[in-house]
Design a protein around this ligand. Structure first.
Ligand code: PLP
Length: 360
């Protein structure tokens, strides 16, 4: 068995320790004589799993008591509809469009009310984050929406937008638990876990309690009401039980690693290795404005499509997988989430240097 260095944007690399533990517990989870996949979600064993997972997440992110944590399904994409259905009381929301995921969320919200695009970076292929210090926030906006880390384009908000008092809603799918955040600045902070936390199939929604009401758009299905899931502690119906179990293991791994301050330090170190090389290289270059660079997703190009393809092919043969960039950007993208070891980034840069020499 040989593990590769997996630079996939998602589903993505998970900590090897977590996978090994899950393998050990596969046939008999803690003396229950069954795997977590096979047990009732109403069992004592699963109750411990989901409660511990929630508490560990609360500890890691310092989640205030007036926020609910929900483990849901439907991917981040389902939230694109669930958010307006539950929050658009005035039927007005402001969207900052910094990439494809924010754009999809904005388009979906337009089905339910007036979704204003108050800023965008589409003019430059989403290679930067617009200045959000004084945006034309709508007076009757129910919320302001951002995608905090743009997985495809490799940009990240270094400062949250000035929402002028309106509720901030953020998709953090690809930067979840990569660094400390102040949860109290958000009304909703949510993400699909398959980027930086666990297996596809779980979405975590952290939501301020006063926003969770029965006053939702007419016709909103029971399953798409936050109140349904908040009241039932994520057990209204069968939750994605195995996925939640793996997320819980990742939370424990993060705690053992030293928490989010430590992850931030490690992620900055890893990203610096790659960005420093990109800045010095004559062959490769990063595609994002320096001040807005993501710590998690690093797109780069050679400027020559054939050379890009050659690089991706040779990298794969050398054990560096999933480096091909998103089809809308081209080139390459290295996703270097929490579980990517520093060694993986160092080896990638070594390989890139050799490739550059050989193709000078
Ligand atoms: C991957 C991704 C999504 C879409 O996630 P699904 O779970 O496939 O719906 C949404 N937003 C961001 C930022 C992503 O990276």
């Amino acid at each position: 068995m040989a593990r590769v260095y997996n630079f996939s944007a998602g589903p993505a690399v998970l900590p090897e320790e977590v996978l090994k533990e899950a393998a050990e517990e596969m046939l008999d989870y803690k003396g229950t004589g069954m795997s977590v996949m096979e047990m009732s979600h109403r069992s004592k064993a699963f109750d411990d799993i989901i409660k511990t997972a929630e508490q560990d997440l609360r500890d890691l992110m310092n989640i205030p008591d007036n926020y609910k944590v929900m483990f849901l399904q439907g991917g981040a994409s389902q939230q694109f509809a669930m958010i307006p259905m539950n929050l658009m009381k005035n039927k007005v929301a402001d969207y900052i469009v910094t990439g494809q995921w924010a754009k999809k969320a904005w388009q979906e919200a337009s089905k339910y009310g007036k979704a204003n695009k108050i800023a965008s970076s589409e003019d430059q292929t989403f290679s930067y984050i617009p200045d959000c210090s004084d945006l034309p926030i709508s007076e009757d906006a129910d919320y302001v929406y951002i995608c905090e880390n743009n997985t495809i384009y490799g940009t990240k908000y270094k400062e949250l937008p000035n929402t002028k008092g309106k509720t901030l809603v953020a998709d953090v799918s690809s930067c979840f638990l990569s660094e400390p955040v102040d949860v109290s600045k958000y009304g909703i902070i949510y993400g699909g876990v398959q980027k930086n936390i666990g297996p596809a199939g779980v979405v975590i929604v952290i939501m301020r309690e006063d926003l969770i009401t029965e006053d939702v758009l007419e016709g909103t299905p029971t399953m798409l009401q936050y109140k349904t899931h908040a009241d039932a502690q994520s057990l209204y119906n069968t939750p994605p039980a195995y996925g939640i179990y793996i997320c819980g293991k990742v939370f424990q791994w993060l705690k053992k690693m030293g928490g989010l301050e430590e992850m931030k330090k490690r992620n900055e170190e890893k990203a610096k290795i790659l960005y420093d090389y990109l800045d010095s290289s004559k062959l490769f270059k990063g595609t994002v404005v320096e001040k807005d660079r993501s710590l998690m997703n690093v797109p780069f190009v050679t400027g020559d499509e054939e050379m890009d393809a050659k690089f991706v092919k040779e990298a794969k043969a050398a054990g560096f997988e999933n480096l091909k960039g998103h089809r809308t950007v081209g080139g390459m993208r290295a996703s270097i989430y929490n579980a990517m070891p520093k060694e993986g980034v160092e080896k990638l840069v070594e390989f890139m240097k050799k490739f550059e020499e050989a193709n000078a």
